[in-house]
Design a protein around this ligand. Structure first.
Ligand SMILES: Cc1cc2nc3c(=O)[nH]c(=O)nc-3n(C[C@H](O)[C@H](O)[C@H](O)COP(=O)(O)O)c2cc1C
Length: 233
């Protein structure tokens, strides 16, 4: 099968319910997806699909709900042309139609922690003693840990968002290529991220595979077998 995982099926019996059929469909699309190496520059991802992919990232959980990252959607062709050479000249950056940049907070500050806890109180229309105690615990812990430790923690949350975006893209039958292969400092300068207290951690071009020019598309997906990956205790 083309670029499909040699994963053991989760269920050996045929799906009995609509829910099970949907679950199978998600796994099929995760087998279909791959880190596209060549995207078709003539095909753009429809905005409605991009919005759903972004919404999946926005809905992704984060530690303490702090959402310590932002996503930049770069469609400007000149900006993407400037990014490509500082990202190993990877063609998907300009051949895709949208480039998502996941930029994590450079630090957890008192203001940022309070911003999210205040937002929670506003959205829920209530103050909760347990939640306020939790706020104070984080305020007493995070800002003192140092910017680098905090940024690395924030970066891990950004990866959760990127994962949600990748799964959503597969669900939408949109191709994407997760990338760490770029000069983060140079990208921060191009997008002026440091001035906003952000640092780029990962990028994700969205587009459509150009199968006849992609060396990877017909290669079998490689994953360790279930028994080497999952331990049941
Ligand atoms: C965090 C992360 C960074 C990656 N960086 C790059 C990259 O810079 N360029 C690239 O072509 N692929 C990159 N990949 C793609 C991986 O090599 C690929 O996802 C992995 O080999 C599994 O293959 P598949 O995604 O095609 O199933 C990256 C993947 C992840 C998750």
């Amino acid at each position: 099968m083309t670029n499909s995982a040699t994963l053991a099926p989760t269920s050996k019996t045929a799906p009995a319910t609509a829910q099970e059929m949907q679950s199978d469909a998600l796994i099929e699309r995760l087998q279909w997806r791959y880190a596209a190496k060549k995207m078709d520059p003539t095909k753009a991802v429809p905005q409605a699909k991009v919005e759903r992919i972004l919404e999946a990232a926005r809905l992704a959980p984060t530690s303490s709900g702090l959402q310590p990252y932002e996503i930049f959607v770069v469609t400007n062709t000149e900006v993407r042309a400037r990014i490509k050479p500082i990202a190993w000249n990877q063609g998907q950056i300009t051949d895709g139609s949208h480039l998502l940049v996941f930029a994590a907070w450079d630090d957890y500050t008192v203001e940022r922690i309070n911003m999210m806890f205040d937002l929670t109180n506003t959205v829920r229309g209530m103050k909760n003693e347990g939640w306020e105690n939790y706020r104070n615990m984080l305020l007493g812990m995070y800002p003192q840990r140092g910017a680098e430790v905090n940024h690395q923690h924030a970066a891990r949350q950004a990866y959760i968002g990127m994962t949600a975006a990748m799964v959503a893209a597969a669900f939408e039958e949109v191709d994407c290529t997760p990338m760490e292969g770029f000069d983060a400092k140079a990208l921060d300068e191009i997008l002026d991220l440091r001035a906003r207290g952000l640092r780029s951690v990962a990028i994700l071009p969205l587009g459509y595979r150009e199968s006849d020019k992609d060396w990877l598309v017909n290669l079998t997906k490689v994953r360790r077998p279930r028994e080497q990956f999952i331990t049941e205790v």
